[in-house]
Design a protein around this ligand. Structure first.
Ligand code: NAP
Length: 333
């Protein structure tokens, strides 16, 4: 008999905060790839704040269903291929879900280069890096000398946004939870200033740090922090709506922002959401530039790797609680 496949199932959708009880574990038979599919082995499962948002309903993808394998993407290795362009041993980024093996359509999979370390394919050279790059540069369009503020600044996307803004000659202020994270983004990542949103009035702190206003606010969190930034925007500022992690684990969302749309009008702001896939036509050029910055030591990549498929639920709960610095992922294979 074939070896078993280990899976994490979404047993019940959370009514409030996500807990371990929302998940259960299963063992099933190994999947068998159909024509055009590949059997892949998950090496590292990507942990994304959006994993929790998908449980709330339709987003840019269909809503998750209870009883199904928890959705998520992985850096995976092809084990068996029934797709012409892929062979065993190839690396791909695939929608495997939270399981050790998956049979997935080969059509949209591209062979990835074997970089060192491999984990960079999920962080700076994956969705995370491209989200930071396109969101800041294509949507935010910062100019040298401008003030850029980013929230969830010690997280996967935010830590890269702030550093890219610095590379582009901007003054950068990060908003993060706790003194340790705030110290880290200043001392290690080179942010100019940091605001601890857990330690007081963000709106007032931003006003003190940005007397001429914020030119670009890269919003990863929504809610009260969004509101604090909104009140501090400079005229003709740009707000990049990347995500709203403060709202994902809180049903229904409990907080702001107030000031919408009045301030957007009077300050002539541009508020624009985006999904990283919108910009994939420019992916190769973006990856080349990201790689140049990493190799030149201008862009530091922080990863937070946890071992074991059985730790996926706790790893997501911890991400939403702010345990992570940089890109969190779980090593499976
Ligand atoms: P992450 O930033 O690595 O982790 C989430 C962080 O959010 C936590 O570490 C925590 O840090 C912070 N946080 C949690 N609750 C918060 C709250 N109530 N208020 C303020 N901060 C809070 O996660 P990520 O995967 O990189 O995602 C960052 C954002 O990018 C998310 O909103 C995600 O949905 C979005 N995203 C968007 C796209 C796109 O295409 N638009 C693509 C990828 C990701 P603290 O300790 O600082 O609280």
């Amino acid at each position: 008999m074939a070896a078993n496949n280990r899976q994490v199932i979404l047993a019940e959708k959370p009514q409030g905060k996500l807990t371990l009880a929302n998940f259960q574990f299963a063992e099933t038979e190994m999947p068998v790839p159909a024509e055009g599919e590949v059997l892949v082995k998950a090496l590292y499962v990507s942990l994304d704040a959006a994993n929790r948002a998908w449980m709330q309903g339709v987003t840019y993808r269909s809503a998750l269903e209870t009883g199904a394998v928890m959705a998520g993407g992985s850096l995976a290795e092809v084990v068996e291929s029934r797709a012409e362009h892929l062979a065993p041993g190839d690396l791909v980024f695939a929608e495997t879900g939270w399981q050790a093996y998956a049979a997935v359509p080969g059509k949209h999979l591209a062979k990835l280069p074997r970089v060192e370390p491999l984990t960079h394919l999920l962080s700076v050279y994956g969705v995370t890096g491209l989200t930071a790059y396109f969101g800041l540069l294509n949507v935010g369009q910062p100019k040298p000398g401008e003030t850029v503020v980013v929230s969830a600044a010690a997280g996967a996307v935010g830590s890269l946004v702030g550093q890219i803004a610095r590379i582009k000659g901007c003054r950068v202020i990060g908003i993060a939870g706790g003194a340790a994270k705030c110290g880290w983004i200043k001392d290690e990542l080179g942010f100019d200033e940091a605001v601890d949103y857990k330690a007081g009035d963000v709106r007032r702190q931003l006003r003190g740090l940005c007397p001429n206003g914020v030119d670009v606010y890269f919003d990863n969190v929504g809610g009260d922090v969004f509101e604090a930034a909104l009140f501090n925007m400079a005229n003709h500022g740009r707000i990049v709506c990347c995500g709203a992690v403060s709202q994902y684990d809180d049903v229904p969302p409990a907080h702001g922002p107030r000031g919408v749309p009045g301030l957007i009008v009077t300050k002539r702001l541009r508020v624009e959401g985006f999904v990283v896939m919108d910009f994939y036509a420019g992916r190769d050029a973006a990856l080349a530039e990201l790689r140049g910055w990493v190799e030149a030591g201008k862009l530091k990549v922080q990863e937070d790797v946890i071992d074991g498929l059985e730790n996926l639920p706790a790893a997501l709960i911890g991400l939403l609680a702010g345990e992570n610095r940089g890109k969190r992922m779980v090593r499976v294979g």
